[in-house]
Design a protein around this ligand. Structure first.
Ligand SMILES: *Cc1c(COP(=O)(O)O)cnc(C)c1O
Length: 233
């Protein structure tokens, strides 16, 4: 068994354990394998081990990898999630090559993705990135501005607003990890109570995935626990 396969099994085990503790079906949690900085070979190994959903942060690296994986496995259906910061002049390839975008924090970006999503592709699935850590984080819409952004994005053609995403400040303590995720979940429940048909909470990474599952995550984004530590050089 490859290291990646072993790691995937361990991560799936952690998700199952946390889901069990939360009395949730483990199938309600999608494992997104974050393959940034790792090559197509690593993705192919994960696919061999049954993984089908992959997350990428850096556009050019992602486009090259998606093409390489597709060339190796032309028949295999994978879903690609863009989870990195979005520059407004780079929206077109995101709209063309991804199935999901987790990091929409401005209406302008959503409008561009909507206009640039090619005809013939299914709607692009969208999560709004929310800043739940206050001044400690620069990324994400503020909770105060979230409802207006959500209503605007929900109206746009060719997009399907699925839910919310957050990257809280790193915390080692489980209680504090859970408190941050609970804030995102409360915002999500508020939007649902206002009538938005959301079904996705994208939260939890290698170091805090159990806390996220305990607080209702439906997608956990896991990189290093699957592929090993990243080397950015
Ligand atoms: C890199 C990254 C991850 C994965 O982080 P790990 O700690 O390696 O699991 C998840 N989400 C986002 C947005 C990331 O940039």
């Amino acid at each position: 068994m490859s290291t990646i396969e072993q790691n995937l099994q361990a991560v799936r085990g952690s998700i199952a354990q946390a889901a069990d503790e939360a009395q949730r079906p483990a199938q309600d949690v999608t494992l997104l394998a974050v393959s940034k900085t790792f090559g197509a070979d690593a993705v192919l190994q994960a696919v061999q081990a049954g993984q089908t959903a992959f997350g990428e942060n850096y556009l050019q690296e992602a486009l090259d990898k998606i093409a390489a994986v597709k060339a190796s496995l032309p028949q295999t259906v994978l879903t690609w999630h863009f989870i990195g910061p979005i520059q407004s002049n780079k929206t077109r390839p995101i709209a063309e090559h991804f199935d999901w975008v987790h990091t929409v924090e401005r209406e302008k970006i959503a409008v561009r993705l909507s206009e640039q999503r090619p005809d013939g592709l299914p709607d692009l699935n969208i999560c709004l990135q929310v800043n739940i850590s206050g001044e400690a984080s620069k990324s994400g819409v503020t909770p105060a501005e979230l409802p207006a952004l959500a209503r605007a994005v929900a109206q746009l053609p060719k997009l399907r607003l699925r839910g919310l995403m957050a990257i809280p400040e790193p915390e080692t303590d489980l209680t504090r990890q859970r408190a941050a995720f609970a804030r995102l979940r409360a915002l999500y429940e508020q939007l649902r109570a206002e009538g938005l048909a959301l079904d996705t909470l994208s939260m939890g990474m290698s170091a805090d995935l159990s806390a996220a599952v305990l607080e209702g995550a439906t997608i956990v984004r896991v990189g290093s626990a699957i592929f090993g530590s990243r080397n950015y050089s």
